[in-house]
Design a binder for this molecule. Structure first.
Ligand code: 5GP
Ligand code: ZN
Length: 120
């Protein structure tokens, strides 16, 4: 499925048009390092399809969101998060203005690694 917004920075990153440090890619999902990390591990996971926010998610998105959640922990460890329970990681989805969303393409922040962190 190719439902891209040509003006969306995360659509362009997922398509390889804007460079990023890739963590993972398959047909439906792209993961890459956050450009301003707040912790030793901080990457973003996005559906390749343009979905504006978590508020725009419907039944059609359940498979890809489920796969993203199931992958998050594996990728976090691959990127340097220590195992549960001493280690672990945080998953954040900022949504809308009150939720602090700055980029309007649904993304899951996966944050981890030994503290201190810059935020959180
Ligand atoms: P939000 O506040 O929307 O949840 O977070 C957007 C995140 O995307 C921020 O943490 C920001 O650092 C990251 N970001 C914004 N633009 C880019 C970019 O062009 N490349 C990468 N790798 N990260 C970006
Ligand atoms: Zn997009």
């Amino acid at each position: 499925m190719s439902l891209r917004d040509p003006n969306c920075v995360f659509c362009r990153i997922a398509a390889g048009e804007i460079p990023s440090k890739k963590v993972y890619e398959d047909d439906d999902i792209f993961a890459f390092h956050d450009i301003h990390p707040w912790a030793p591990v901080h990457f973003l996971m996005v559906p390749k399809e343009h979905v504006t926010s978590m508020a725009h998610v419907g039944p059609r998105h359940e498979p890809v969101l489920g796969r993203m959640m199931a992958l998050a922990g594996k990728l976090a460890q691959q990127e340097g998060a220590r195992p549960y329970p001493e280690g672990g990681f945080r998953v954040v989805v900022n949504t809308g203005a009150d939720g602090g969303q700055e980029v309007h393409h649904l993304h899951i922040h996966v944050i981890g690694g030994p503290r201190p962190w810059l935020k959180g």
